[in-house]
Design a protein around this ligand. Structure first.
Ligand code: ZN
Length: 191
């Protein structure tokens, strides 16, 4: 039986994240991904796959599907749901709530986190001047930024203290006006 067949039988021919039944294909879950081992793969629709492989814009509404799929008994699905909730949680409070509810056993958590770490590893996060940013740094905005969804503008010159790094070297997270938001590093400088 091929991996795809094994996965289709496991998922009853549904995307294991959003339950779509169209354009299903195998998605290995890194690291140590092995597309011949169904336990290390999930089956997803084309849309989920594109979103997973995309680093910038997530369709938050689509990912409400994690509300259901995070309870899957399949560790590979749990890992992918956990990672996507992590990415969403910087802008979506419901994602953070789900993440708080989610339970992963130790082995699965390690798998989930190691995949995140490998994304962060090589490329340093740099500010607009090319200075390396680290978690906990304070940065200053060099441009007025409209904060989507929160309904305010973060003014140029605003200091953001205690930033966190993300899996994407072009983004950091920090608190502005009490709201945790993702900021593009090209619009800020290290203080
Ligand atoms: Zn899907």
């Amino acid at each position: 039986m091929s991996t795809l067949q094994a996965l289709l039988s496991r998922s009853n021919s549904h995307c294991e994240l959003c339950s779509s039944t169209t354009d299903l294909s195998v998605l290995p879950v890194p690291p140590k991904s092995d597309d011949t081992n169904a336990d290390r793969c999930i089956v997803t629709c084309q849309f989920c796959k594109e979103q997973i492989n995309q680093t910038d814009t997530l369709d938050a509404n689509h990912w409400r599907c994690l509300n259901d799929s995070m309870w899957s008994q399949v560790p590979a699905v749990q890992v992918m749901a956990w990672r996507m909730l992590n990415r969403l949680s910087s802008t979506e409070t419901w994602a953070q709530d789900l993440l708080d509810m989610m339970y992963l056993d130790d082995e699965t958590r390690e798998w989930a986190e190691s995949g995140m770490a490998s994304e962060e590893s090589d490329t340093p996060t740099l500010d607009s001047n090319g200075s390396v940013l680290s978690a906990g740094d304070t940065v200053t905005l060099i441009k007025d930024l409209a904060v989507k969804g929160a309904g305010f503008t973060a003014k140029r010159g605003t200091a953001v203290r205690g930033i966190s790094l993300t899996g994407n070297p072009e983004q950091i997270e920090g608190r502005v006006n009490g709201v945790r938001i993702v900021l593009l590093t090209k619009y800020l400088k290290k203080s």
